[in-house]
Design a protein around this ligand. Structure first.
Ligand code: FRU
Length: 478
């Protein structure tokens, strides 16, 4: 029996319209001013989550790299702290590149890539501090023999009383690789060999490697440069993806499942994970891509982080990615007004007048009947985003277009199973949208640049027979 379509209209006071609207995020981390790229040194120390980031404080563009710093008790409300690391010694005078943090002997210890010699050398340096705010530099502890122009982004961990680090690099014939080292004390390091290396299709340089255990498997995350777009995949300039395999100290890494992208949106790169004190594996990435325009530069800042996400590994060896549960504490339910709305013969299910700052949860019934396209969109075709199921293609697309800001129309996508109900958990912040699909199955993250005219979000279908099983809307409080 066909159900009457659920037609709901939600009208929210248009409090922001007419105000000077900023693209600065309400519930994501961004620099107070200046430039941000990769997350660095994600850690938990002395009661706080710490996030460092690639930072150029003087201008909202990439420049001489520092480590910016913020801390938080819930990974959502961040307190900005003084810059943690600035170029100051010969080994890092041309930049403090990406790296990681561990807790060792009561100190928060940072390992970063020092860039020197007019940016022709990269080596791994250490700094440490006991108050989690001020750091004392030790200098270089790990160098690469021979060409060290591309030897960066150390990711540390401890296992069986030894320290290990993976470092991103490339071979002499331009293939990305991850090098592995071990140490008894974080200061003297032994080369353990190549952990993994690109074949001819997997890029000329692997940045920001990460290596950790989930559900008994070893996950290697890499950020390859130089993979060509292929059909629906690898559409961004650079990718972030993972291998699943088996490894133990002293043995080779046996890859069991090949490279797959972690996020399917326009803007996601240089992710880093860390272990929360309760054992959760948390991932944060730069919610941007090097080819992007950064319209927020007009507001004297650029770059932001994704929402922190909890990673798990399914029995089939697929990463599952969900927003951290702390997000639920920031939800403020919005009452929904059940009155029908028809607009130009299109079937509009929900209207949210001012979407940035909200989470919208939708579950579409698996009986999509004669619907061929359905989803949620904000703004219009030239100045907005549209996340929609294309039934014929069997894919979920995230299309965006901000022609006023030199961002031309393009879409990213994720293959989905249309025999199941499809749930979309959509987080819209001032200049980002993150769409979590089917409770961990996939995620698409993109930057958006709404002006005061295109902040309305509608949930729509091209068939009146489509049914929404669940719909919820929360304001995410600041
Ligand atoms: C990745 C990256 C890293 C490097 C940093 C420099 O986005 O290129 O490899 O450490 O950015 O800012």
């Amino acid at each position: 029996m066909n159900k009457i379509p659920i037609l709901i209209c939600l009208l929210i006071p248009i409090h922001c319209i007419g105000e000077n609207i900023s693209w600065y995020p309400k519930f994501h981390l961004a620099p107070p001013k200046g430039w941000m790229n990769d997350p660095n040194g994600l850690s938990f120390f002395d009661g706080y989550y710490h996030a460092f980031y690639q930072h150029y404080p003087d201008k909202p563009e990439w420049g001489l790299m520092h480590w910016g710093h913020a801390r938080s008790i819930n990974m959502l409300d961040w307190e900005h702290l003084p810059i943690a690391l600035s170029p100051s010694i010969p080994e890092d005078i041309d930049g403090i590149f990406s790296g990681s943090a561990v807790v060792n002997d009561g100190n928060l210890t940072l390992m970063y890539t020092g860039v020197s010699g007019n940016s022709t050398h990269q080596a791994q340096c250490i700094a440490y501090g006991s108050d989690g705010i001020n750091f004392k530099k030790v200098g270089v502890v790990l160098k690469k023999d021979g060409n060290d122009l591309n030897f960066r982004d150390p990711k540390l961990w401890k296992q069986d009383d030894s320290w290990f680090v993976v470092v991103g690099s490339k071979t002499y014939n331009n293939r990305g690789e991850v090098l592995l080292y071990s140490s008894p004390d974080l200061y003297s390091w032994d080369y353990q060999g190549v952990l993994a290396q690109a074949d001819k299709n997997l890029g000329y340089m692997w940045e920001c490697p990460d290596f950790f255990t989930l559900n008994g498997k070893q996950i290697l995350i890499i950020n390859p440069q130089g993979i060509s777009a292929k059909g629906y995949d690898y559409l961004n300039l650079y990718q972030t993806g993972y291998f699943v395999g088996a490894w133990e100290p002293g043995k080779e890494y046996q890859i069991e499942k090949g490279f797959r992208e972690i996020d399917h949106g326009h803007d996601f790169y240089a992710s880093q994970t860390f272990l929360a004190p309760d054992g959760r594996r948390i991932l944060i990435a730069w919610l941007d891509m090097w080819e992007s325009e950064f319209p927020e530069q007009s507001e004297a800042w650029a770059g932001m982080f994704t929402l922190p996400r909890e990673l798990t590994l399914s029995e089939c060896g697929d990463l599952q990615i969900r927003p951290i549960r702390e997000v639920q504490d920031k939800r403020r339910a919005i009452p929904i007004n059940h009155s029908p709305l028809f607009v130009d013969n299109k079937f509009i299910y929900i209207t949210l007048k001012d979407a940035p700052g909200h989470e919208v949860y939708l579950e579409f019934d698996k009986h999509h009947k004669n619907a061929t396209v359905y989803g949620a969109k904000m703004g219009d075709a030239d100045h907005g985003f549209n996340v929609y199921v294309d039934v014929r293609a069997g894919r979920l697309f995230l299309e965006r277009s901000y022609v006023n800001f030199n961002i031309s129309k393009s879409s990213r996508n994720l293959k989905i199973d249309l025999k199941q109900p499809i749930s979309l958990d959509i987080f819209v912040d001032s200049s980002s949208v993150e769409v979590f699909v089917n409770n961990g199955f996939g995620v698409l993250s993109s930057r958006i640049y709404p002006t005061d005219k295109d902040r309305e979000l509608v949930v729509y279908s091209d068939s009146k027979l489509l049914k929404l099983n669940t719909y919820k809307i929360w304001r995410i409080c600041e």
